[in-house]
Each structure stands twice: as C-alpha cells, then as structure tokens.
Design a protein around this ligand. Structure first.
Ligand SMILES: NC(=O)c1ccc[n+]([C@@H]2O[C@H](COP(=O)([O-])OP(=O)(O)OC[C@H]3O[C@@H](n4cnc5c(N)ncnc54)[C@H](O)[C@@H]3O)[C@@H](O)[C@H]2O)c1
Length: 338
C-alpha cells in the first residue's frame, strides 16, 4: 500500500489534531513539521518523532512529503497554499481557506495549474446528521423551505484574545465571530441550503478589545427563495452550543451542534445518529479528531481516484464569499447581492 507522506506547517493548538489524524490513518505517514517559533517546532517534532525543518520551502523539498497540512494563523494560509501547490504538494488547509474571495481564487488557480488537490477543514460537513438533513432538504421532504437559521452565541474570554498575537486582528484572523468561530456554522448552512442571493448584515465590536467583530447578525435570502438569519458572537456568557433551524411548509428540524433535537416530519422516523458532544461554543479545542481523520482520508482518496475532495477549494470559497459580503454590508449599510 502506498503511504502518503505529510508535513505540517504551524505547530500550535490545531496541529495536534492533524498529527493525531495522520497517525490514525493507515495509508498516511507523518514525516515533518515546520514553525517560526523554535520552541513549538522542537517540542512538536519530539512529541511526534518527526523531522523539524527551519522553513516551509526546505520542508517542501523533502521528497517523502506528498501533502502538507497548513495550521498557521489564517492570514498566512494563502501564501502557504500557493507555495505548496507550486511545489506539487497536495494540501489540507485549516478553515478559513483564506481571508478574501480574491485570495481564494488565487489558491484555486495555483492548485488547478499544478494539478494538486486541496481539502479545506470543515469537519461538520462529515457529520451524518447534517448530511442527512441536506438529503431531506434536496429531496423536498420538508416541503418548500421557508426559513433556515443558524445561531452561534459563543464565549471567548478576554484571555483567549490577549494570549494570541493574531486572533482578533484583521490581517491574520480576517474577521471575528463569523470568520473565525462562526465559519463552521455558515458553511453547513450553505451546504444544506445552497446559494445565497443577497444578504444584509450588522457587525459590531461590543465587548472584547479586538479589531474585528465580536458580534454579528445578518439576514439572507437564498436562491431557493427561503429567508434565513445568521447570528454569531464570542461575547455572551456562558456561551451556548450552535443551534440550526430548518423549517419547511411540510416539516421542521432543529439541530444543536450535530444532534437533532426537534424532528417534525410526518411519516419519517427520527434517525438515531450519535454525535460526539462538542463544547466548542466556550472552549475552542473541545472536539475530537474524528472529523480531521475523515477529511484527510477524503483527500487521500481524491488523490488516488482523481476526484474532487468533498470540501474542495471551490467549496471552501463559499463561506468566505458570504462572510465578507456580511462585512461589506455592515460597512456600507447596503444589501449585498452575491
Ligand atoms: N477546524 C477547527 O475547528 C479549528 C480550531 C482551531 C483553529 N483552527 C484554525 O487553525 C489555524 C491555526 O489556529 P491555532 O489555534 O492552532 O493557532 P496557534 O496560534 O495555536 O498556532 C499557530 C502556529 O503557527 C505558527 N506560525 C506563525 N507564523 C508562522 C510562519 N510564518 N511559518 C510557520 N509557522 C508559523 C505559530 O508559531 C504557531 O505555532 C487557524 O487558521 C484557525 O482558524 C481551526
């Protein structure tokens, strides 16, 4: 069996999920890592018994490496994606794929020109409950969808922002409650509902001492005619799990995180999906590696089969387009057509 060699750039909090996931996959082999912080680099390379490289391009030259996991601050994703693509390496990039649609387009072009696959981490898309809800919506089991809403009322402490030199900044985080924490929910809403026609949003920095928004509310009109609400904040105590409501003229479903809590569909039994209990509404790392394992496996399969990864670069661009449109709307006071 061919083993796919992986290198990791950025040895911070999320990189452990990637290392754990690569190590859990039989056809994957964790080979090397790199980080500008020497202490993080040394500790990480010792922990996983892998090669430590002083810079990204030297790591890319390692012939054992087929793919890289990009786990740096979000504002560096574009640069590392493009450098990896030009070196012919496949890519797993953390969310958000990049900070603007223009940056996403540059990444897509570089990957396509160099024949490499890219998987954007959006682990909720691999949960059975969300996939099932999408199938039901697509098959019309809820009738005509009238409203589709997502509420992400989270808590991130002042210390969470103070302890990082990049979180809460425009240059490296690219946004706040929506671009960093809320992007997971925005992505699954788009996954289930499809394209958005227009959006009107308010974003504010109400409580935290950060550049970007700590609170946002937006109203969207989907191309299928449904209306929806997107709410994201990192500033409410104690913070609540993400809630999604999908209501049609024949039935309704509510999900708290990945669990179906309201099931009002006549003639269809509620499925018994067991989702791992996440607490990321008040602890950014309170989730398990299952999603990362599934996503990295999906990348490997897409390389082997010559197919598109499930969350490809084209998919990863979609939440960025909507979130940046909400920012534009708030800035200009105008409705934005997508
Ligand atoms: N999928 C999820 O649920 C999830 C959860 C947390 C974070 N993330 C994403 O993962 C990314 C990293 O977040 P984190 O919380 O691990 O951040 P972090 O600050 O803990 O780690 C970032 C690491 O990148 C390193 N770094 C910075 N500049 C670098 C450079 N030029 N070259 C090499 N290394 C560099 C830092 O030294 C640090 O070790 C972000 O994009 C974030 O949005 C995703």
């Amino acid at each position: 069996m061919k083993k796919f060699g992986f290198g990791i750039v950025g040895c911070g909090a999320i990189s452990n999920m990637h290392a754990g996931a690569v190590n859990a996959i039989e056809s994957a082999d964790l080979v090397a890592c790199t980080d500008v912080n020497e202490k993080s680099l040394t500790e990480f390379s010792k922990k996983y018994v892998i090669e430590a490289y002083g810079d990204f391009n030297t790591m890319l030259a390692d012939k054992r490496i087929d793919a890289v996991c990009i786990c740096t601050p979000s504002g560096l994703h574009k640069r590392f994606c493009i450098e990896a693509a030009k070196a012919g390496k496949h890519i797993v990039v953390e969310k958000p794929m990049a900070l603007t649609t223009e940056d996403c387009d540059e990444i897509i072009k570089a990957c396509d020109e160099n024949g490499v696959k890219l998987e954007v981490i959006s682990q909720n898309r691999f949960k059975k409950s969300f996939r099932y809800v999408k199938t039901l919506v697509d098959e019309g089991k809820l009738g005509r969808i009238v409203s589709a809403d997502i509420y992400m009322k989270y808590y991130r402490s002042p210390e969470y922002y103070a302890s990082s030199n990049w979180k809460g900044t425009w240059a490296m985080d690219g946004g706040g409650a929506l671009m960093n924490q809320g992007i997971h929910g925005v992505d699954i809403l788009l996954f289930i509902m499809g394209k958005v026609k227009s959006v009107f949003g308010y974003t504010r920095t109400l409580v935290r001492d950060i550049e970007v928004e700590d609170t946002a509310s937006a109203v969207v009109e989907f191309e299928n005619g449904a209306l929806g609400v997107i709410q994201g904040t990192t500033s409410v105590a104690p913070g609540y799990p993400r809630k999604m409501e999908i209501n049609g003229d024949k039935g309704s479903i509510t999900l708290i995180e990945g669990d179906i809590t309201v099931w009002d569909i006549e003639g269809l039994d509620k499925p018994d999906f067991k989702a791992a209990a996440g607490r990321s509404h008040n602890d950014p790392m309170a989730f398990n590696i299952e999603g990362h394992v599934l996503q990295i496996t999906d990348l490997i399969e897409s390389i082997e089969n010559g197919t598109e990864p499930f969350v490809s670069h084209r998919e990863g661009r979609k939440p960025i387009e909507l979130i940046t449109a909400i920012y534009d709307s708030s800035r200009t006071g105008k409705r934005i057509e997508l």
